[in-house]
Design a binder for this molecule. Structure first.
Ligand code: A3P
Length: 297
């Protein structure tokens, strides 16, 4: 188990260094960031849909024309810097990403790992954050399914996961470091870093998607709002719709079955899995780690 973790971690470090040394940002680049299992797939889908509607200004396109989300999983459309692009090459060919401006990238790495190549770049970063207990439970489910499909079935218990999470041992580093890096970044530079939460998106999807569209400089026009475009995008990107698409029922992304990216999508599912002792322990740790940050979610 520790060896597996070390190997996974080093698998992320080399591509991250490759990215830091060689990435040349374009002014319109957008980077979608998250800690794993925080709503990355949803954020990718929403961003793709928002930008796609700008390319095809006629609203009917959302419904009647072929949409990229119908033929590819959101992870296929928005590649990870460290898990896809810079994994196999230190200088990947990004030219086919340029055909659709702006270029869309994603990452699970903390903000400071992006800051060297992005220094002085006006590109935009959107971070999605989620309650740590739901992140923990979602990660456990996701890993258990993928492990079942490979080797060490039975070795990834919730208790093991819980202990790792609480001690900050994770493929992408401690949860709190990741979240705090983007939270502080969004306070220091709100024009370029937007901090969103999964819970806000669930609670007030209209307001949140409009905020995202404004941040990405593609706000909804009055006409679009009256036509119901906001609802159409939300429906297109809903868990129910995405998970029912053939590509997400049968395809794979990064060696993971696309269907595994969609589970319940609920706020508070942790209540079905964590004991009161676990809840207490993890809440105390997170409270301590976030102390002084003003971050409440
Ligand atoms: P659950 O495991 O709690 O159901 P990520 O995309 O970062 O891997 O996060 C996965 C979590 O987001 C899973 O949560 C998954 O069900 C949920 N999810 C995936 N697509 C979603 C969507 N379109 N809308 C809402 N939640 C979604």
């Amino acid at each position: 188990m520790p060896n597996t973790r070390l190997i996974c971690l080093s698998n992320k470090l080399v591509p991250t260094v490759n990215f830091q040394r060689n990435f040349k940002p374009q002014v319109t680049d957008i980077i979608l960031a998250s800690y794993p299992k925080s709503g990355t797939t949803w954020l990718k889908a929403l961003t793709v849909a928002l930008l796609e509607r700008v390319k095809n200004r006629s609203c009917d396109d959302i419904q009647t024309h072929h949409h990229p989300l119908e033929s590819d999983n959101p992870h296929g459309l928005v590649p990870f810097l460290e898990m896809n692009l810079y994994l196999k090459s230190s200088t990947p060919d990004l030219t086919n990403l340029s055909s659709s401006s702006p270029r869309l990238f994603s990452t699970h790495m903390p903000l400071h790992t992006l800051q060297v190549p992005l220094k002085d770049s006006p590109c935009k970063i959107v971070y999605i954050c989620r309650n740590w207990k739901d992140v923990l439970v979602s990660t456990w489910h996701f890993t258990s399914i993928n492990v079942e499909e490979t080797e060490a079935e039975g070795s990834f218990t919730l208790e093991l996961f819980f202990d790792s999470f609480c001690s900050g041992v994770h493929f992408f580093g401690p949860f709190w470091e990741n979240v705090l890096s983007y939270w502080r970044g969004s306070l220091e530079d709100p024009k370029h870093v937007l901090f969103m939460t999964y819970e806000d998106l669930k609670a007030e999807p209209h307001g949140q998607i409009k905020k995202l569209a404004e941040f990405l400089d593609c706000p909804f026009s009055e006409e679009e709002e009256e036509r119901g475009d906001v609802d159409k995008i939300l429906e297109l990107c809903s868990l129910r719709n995405l998970s029912s698409l053939e590509i997400n029922k049968t395809g794979t992304s990064n060696d993971v079955h696309n269907s595994n990216f969609f589970r319940k999508g609920e706020v508070g599912d942790w209540k079905n899995h964590l004991t009161p002792e676990m809840e207490n322990k993890i809440d105390n740790i997170i409270e301590e780690k976030l102390k002084g940050s003003d971050l409440k979610f």
